[in-house]
Design a binder for this molecule. Structure first.
Ligand SMILES: Cc1cc2nc3c(=O)[nH]c(=O)nc-3n(C[C@H](O)[C@H](O)[C@H](O)COP(=O)(O)OP(=O)(O)OC[C@H]3O[C@@H](n4cnc5c(N)ncnc54)[C@H](O)[C@@H]3O)c2cc1C
Length: 446
């Protein structure tokens, strides 16, 4: 069974009805669809953080004007839909597991790359004067059950002692006094790096910056066919053929199995869902001691992520759901509303004003990957496992360097491992259902 998350027969679709889409201002101008055939050095498929960061760095640092082909519109995929957490770290394993696998030096190099990714986003925002409402640096990881507190405290101490990764354990009383109080917050680790931002403003700012240096962006231009002829890639779009020497696949959770024979069976898109409430009053914030704009997540494997937005609305999200159907979406919305009320009973009258969802991208080994397919002129940067704000921006830059001819660019131990195929790709949704059932059991175990 193929998995296809992008409907190529309906290009130019509107954005989901998200808080970001409504509050981001103007769409990016000058993104005409492909009209007629085009010859270019580099074609990039997908106008999210990956594709646009690659286009930006190719143009700014190497004078290469890539053509970015987007099926819908700039930021239509996850880059315009996410929670806006710009975070250190990647994949589902922690640093300790990486050390066991590759040794200390390579593991810490990979961790350091993710720190650089956060710094890269901060630098782009500043250099390009993008008003993405970035918050102060910091984030809170909450112990969602009392039996998670000791493990969390011990891990924070090990991170500090063994790897010099700064983090600070907070007990429940300190957490409530200084940050927030919730039925599902029994202690926390305060992480000092990473921040939150406005997802759509960042992606649009990045697109405009890429255009400023010479990148050419095409909305409404789905790649519907792909042939290799006389040393070139021929990408078919409704408006014409784009002939390129090198191609970057930057379609992440919106990659159709049918895009290219190589992508078939390597990715598993899974839904993540978000609600945004009306703004809280000061009395409502006081009722749960919510004093922080830091990004917040919990110790579940299927974790909840949330934050207070600059206008004091709550953004509250979680993974869940397998089907892209109206029934599934209305179930997920109601489920998020109920879980928010359960965590913060004093806020039970606070209405939801936005709900949306998007396809997060998983790989079989639950790690992100950057590389080339069997054809060295086809690059990919995929499978950020719900952590692409920083990482996709970095992946775009690294890929730009490789595409511009720097073969020594180091992707680090984790990212450079080839993207594996799922063992029985037709069963991907079956694995997902089984994994979700197991994770939910583990998450709620006393
Ligand atoms: C609800 C939700 C919350 C999330 N929260 C966070 C978070 O807080 N922090 C974090 O770090 N990450 C988060 N993520 C993940 C993060 O948003 C992604 O990892 C990141 O945006 C991926 O960027 P991208 O550029 O690779 O892909 P995308 O932004 O998804 O862009 C892919 C684009 O490819 C286009 N496309 C697909 N097929 C074709 C084709 N054939 N031709 C042309 N174009 C095509 C699509 O239209 C799409 O616009 C979240 C994701 C979701 C869904």
């Amino acid at each position: 069974m193929s998995i296809n998350t992008t409907d190529l027969s309906r290009p130019g679709q509107a954005h989901v009805d998200s808080y970001w889409a409504v509050t981001a201002g103007e769409e990016v101008a000058g993104c005409d669809p492909v009209q007629g055939d085009i010859d270019t050095d580099v074609a990039i498929i997908g106008a999210g953080y990956t594709g646009l960061s690659a286009a930006y760095h190719l143009a700014r640092d190497f004078g290469i004007s890539a053509h970015v082909l987007e099926a819908n519109r700039v930021g239509w995929g996850c880059s315009g839909r996410n929670g806006g957490f710009c975070s250190v770290g990647m994949g589902k394993e922690g640093v300790e597991a990486w050390v066991r696998r590759w040794g200390r030096e390579r593991a810490l190099d990979s961790y350091d790359l993710t720190r650089q990714a956060v710094r890269l986003v901060a630098d782009i925002l500043e250099r390009e004067k993008i008003d993405a409402q970035r918050t102060a640096e910091g984030g809170l990881e909450l112990a969602h059950k009392p039996n998670r507190v000791e493990g969390m405290r011990a891990q924070a101490e090990r991170m500090q002692r063994d790897f010099g990764i700064e983090s600070q354990f907070l007990d429940k009383a300190t957490l409530a006094r200084n940050f927030l109080d919730s039925r599902e917050a029994h202690g926390a680790v305060l992480h000092h790096e990473g921040f939150a931002l406005h997802a759509m403003r960042y992606v649009r700012g990045l697109a405009r910056a890429a255009q400023k240096y010479g990148a050419i962006l095409h909305n409404n231009s789905p790649v519907t066919g792909w042939e290799r002829k006389s040393g070139q890639h021929h990408l078919r779009t409704p408006g014409g053929i784009v002939r390129a020497r090198q191609v970057l696949i930057a379609t992440n959770g919106y990659t159709n199995d049918t895009l290219n024979p190589w992508t078939l069976g390597r990715l598993l898109p899974v839904l993540s869902n978000i609600i945004v409430t009306r703004p809280l009053t000061q009395a409502e914030r006081d009722s749960v001691s919510w004093q922080t704009y830091f990004k917040i997540w919990d110790t579940r494997r299927l974790l909840f992520y949330y934050r207070l937005l600059p206008d004091n609305r709550i953004l509250f999200g979680a993974r869940g759901g397998v089907e892209d159907s109206p029934a599934e979406h209305s179930y997920r919305k109601a489920w998020l509303e109920r879980r928010l009320r359960e965590m913060f009973p004093p806020l039970d009258k606070v209405a939801t004003e936005y709900f949306w969802y998007g396809w997060v991208c998983l790989s079989a080994d639950k790690n992100p990957h950057i590389g080339t397919t069997d054809d060295r002129s086809v690059h990919y940067a995929l499978a950020y496992i719900g952590q692409g704000v920083a990482l996709a921006s970095m992946a775009g830059r690294l890929t730009a360097q490789r595409m511009a001819g720097d073969s020594k660019v180091d992707y680090g131990a984790l990212l450079s491992a080839p993207l594996p195929k799922f063992p029985f790709p037709a069963l991907r949704r079956v694995y997902q259902r089984a994994a979700y059932a197991y994770y939910s059991y583990e998450d709620e175990r006393r």
